[in-house]
Design a protein around this ligand. Structure first.
Ligand SMILES: C[S@@+](CC[C@H](N)C(=O)[O-])C[C@H]1O[C@@H](n2cnc3c(N)ncnc32)[C@H](O)[C@@H]1O
Length: 436
């Protein structure tokens, strides 16, 4: 099994070649770095004094088209996140919305309150849709509304039926996202669209069966044999545009401003991470709806009999969870604006899920934001964050208002090793502690 040895895992040129060989990919020697950290060129640690920039604005917010739906599911492991934050019933949680799945998963830990924050009203509208579905629909209807069952007309009728959607969210869903809802919103964001292109290239005209065989294979060796039959070399090497589609369409160029990777390095990093994911032990592939979404897509999941579908669905749609969430969704408050704006004033929180937002800003700006977060976090509180393509780390010389963020290195590494979406180069969980 390919395991992440430490929080930041470095790969030598030899390591790349080994992984590439394991997934049947050949790279021309000139595309391989001599020594590199997967996806990044240097490790940079945020350090320095506590800056009090309460008027800090989000740079990326101003440069993004916020009307686009980028993700309709969250591709960050919800189980790992909830375990990292060790949610208690007294907790106030601050969370990036994305498309709401991890907000709903954290809610199962019964915290006092969750503030779901996203500067994209479109992403927030998707969370509102999921909340209204949980409140008002049966589980089967919600599964239908999201596109895993039923017809476009049935989905639009269910959307119309929802009474508790806030007007602004309903406006976005009806005007911008109705087409996506009719087709099945579950895997219909830009990122899911570019993943679908990658999947179709792997299927090579053979439909979803070879992907199902792959998912059902019981050992990495069996999976490796199937993987060899996929035209990965062509996808990752000859046809760089296919893997670059993830960059071009899933993420806006504004989200790449601080990513310093060439197209080749990006292709290599992507191939390496995908092979690591695909070649995990069977136990890591089972009950992994992220892998199902990647390999089967909505089309493949829709072919699975209803009795077996649970393990291919996001957690909020699982039988027990859906019912439990009905009593909890009123604890979520959705805020359309940036984390930077939300931290103004007296706002305090105990736990935070910050996704990989620090990648969209300079190291200095990330440092300032980290310090502001430390000030607003209760002592003993925790903050979780990911890195996808940039190195952003918790402060090394922290002291902010008598407290600092202590990296929980052992826990971060342990959870990273269990990651259901081992796409990310780092996952960190830090605890807010008092300076002595
Ligand atoms: C950080 S993105 C990450 C998604 C995925 N992990 C990726 O790498 O593409 C998730 C969400 O964060 C939102 N977001 C990013 N920076 C933000 C900020 N400073 N304040 C509020 N929302 C932010 C985006 O609109 C998006 O919906």
């Amino acid at each position: 099994m390919l395991r992440q040895a430490s929080v930041v895992h470095y790969l030598t040129r030899k390591g790349y070649l080994h992984l590439a060989e394991r997934c049947g990919v050949r790279f021309p020697a000139c595309t391989l770095p001599r020594f590199t950290c997967v996806g990044i060129t240097t490790r940079s640690t945020m350090s320095g004094s506590c800056t009090n920039s309460s008027d800090m604005k989000s740079e990326v917010e101003a440069n993004l088209d916020l009307s686009k739906l980028r993700y309709s599911m969250v591709w960050e492991d919800a189980v790992m996140l909830s375990e990292a934050l060790d949610i208690k019933d007294t907790d106030t949680i601050l969370s990036i919305t994305s498309s709401g799945d991890n907000v709903l998963h954290m809610l199962l830990g019964k915290p006092k309150k969750i503030f779901a924050v996203d500067f994209s009203p479109t992403q927030n509208a998707v969370l509102h849709l999921k909340i209204a579905a949980i409140k008002e629909l049966t589980r089967e209807e919600a599964i239908k509304l999201m596109g895993y069952l039923g017809t476009p007309d049935e989905r639009l009728a269910l959307l119309k039926k929802l009474k508790t959607l806030p007007d602004h969210a309903k406006g976005i869903l009806v005007t911008q996202l109705a087409d996506g809802i009719a087709k099945g919103l579950a895997l219909n964001g830009l990122l899911e669209g570019s993943i679908a292109k990658l999947r179709q290239a792997c299927q090579d005209g053979k439909g979803t069966q070879n992907m199902k065989d792959f998912l059902n294979a019981s050992t990495p060796q069996a999976r490796l044999e199937i993987l060899h039959s996929w035209p990965l070399e062509r996808i990752f090497n000859g046809h760089r545009e296919t893997c670059n589609a993830l960059a071009d369409h899933g993420r806006d160029s504004a989200q790449f401003k601080y990513v310093h990777l060439s197209a080749n390095q990006y292709g290599v990093a992507l191939a390496t991470r995908l092979s690591k994911w695909f070649l995990q032990e069977a136990s890591m592939c089972r009950d992994n709806h992220y892998l199902s979404a990647f390999l089967l897509g909505l089309e493949g999941i829709c072919e699975i009999p209803m009795e077996e579908i649970d393990q291919h669905l996001p957690f909020y749609l699982h039988r027990g969870n859906f019912e439990a969430l009905k009593d909890l969704v009123d604890r979520v408050e959705v805020y359309s604006g940036s984390i930077e704006d939300k931290l103004g004033g007296e706002f305090v929180f105990d736990k935070a899920n910050l996704s990989d937002i620090f990648e969209y800003m300079s190291i200095e700006a990330a440092h300032v934001l980290m310090n502001r977060l430390t000030k607003s976090c209760s002592v003993g509180g925790r903050i979780a964050m990911w890195n996808l393509l940039c190195a952003r780390h918790p402060p090394s010389k922290p002291d902010c208002g008598g407290r600092y963020l202590q990296l929980l290195g052992g826990l971060s590494a342990k959870l990273s090793a269990q990651d259901r979406v081992p796409f990310y180069q780092d996952f960190f969980v830090c605890e807010c502690q008092e300076s002595s």
